[in-house]
Design a protein around this ligand. Structure first.
Ligand code: AMP
Length: 202
């Protein structure tokens, strides 16, 4: 199964997508994490993308496609994958569709995690304040820029995928981690995996 996760920063995309990938037994590919690791390791890629990420901007489409293509070439992606943070622009999505089509593949589900801006700002401010080692791009100054980038560059993707039949699944991202995860499973046609506790009320 091939899944793409879309959502504004702070929507819970990282948590939910990692959990879904574990549930489905497919690798969780976070492009943000790949880039952060490259930055930490001081590789050539890391040196290019570091300042862009810290400012809340987007890394160039061609470079991102190369990063993703290289990761998808690994054997663990043969049975499927979950992409968290890619594609993030319409040109990335178009190029990625071509990439998949040339390999006789397609995306099964695009999951949009929806959270309103006011809630996002609250969550990101808390994340920056409470984390021992906060991400540089969670600093309060870059939040408005990241939200703008999301609305201007990434949200047009939703229209792009909405035109591709039934691939786009819109999920409300407000609620507990478990509640949102249940919604995600339902959106992709999977039942809710509940522990067999008290069944009298079912
Ligand atoms: P994320 O962890 O997904 O929020 O990504 C962190 C940062 O990495 C973003 O703010 C971008 O600077 C960069 N990034 C991650 N994925 C992409 C992508 N698909 N296209 C461009 N930039 C990206």
């Amino acid at each position: 199964m091939r899944i793409v996760f879309i959502g504004p920063p702070g929507a819970g995309k990282g948590t939910q997508s990692a959990r879904l990938a574990r549930y489905l037994g497919i690798p969780h590919l976070s492009t943000g994490e790949i880039l952060r690791n490259a930055k930490k390791a001081g590789t050539d890629l890391g040196k290019i993308v570091g300042p862009i990420m810290d400012s809340g901007g987007l890394v160039g489409d061609e470079l991102m496609l190369d990063v993703v293509a290289e990761r998808l070439a690994a054997d663990d992606c043969n049975a499927g994958f979950l992409l968290d943070g890619f594609p993030r622009t319409v040109p990335q999505a178009k190029a990625f569709d071509q990439f998949l089509a040339s390999r006789s593949m397609h995306i099964d589900h695009v999951i949009e995690l929806r959270v309103a801006d006011v809630e996002i700002i609250k969550r990101l401010e808390t994340r920056f304040r409470d984390m021992k080692d906060p991400r540089a791009d969670d600093n309060p100054e870059s939040i408005p820029r990241r939200l703008n980038v999301y609305h201007n560059e990434t949200s047009p993707l939703l229209g792009y995928y909405a035109r591709q039949g039934n691939v786009l699944k819109k999920v409300d991202g407000l609620g507990t981690v478990d509640t949102v995860f249940d919604r995600i499973l339902l959106s992709i046609g999977r039942g809710i995996p509940r522990a067999p506790r008290d069944t009298r009320h079912w």
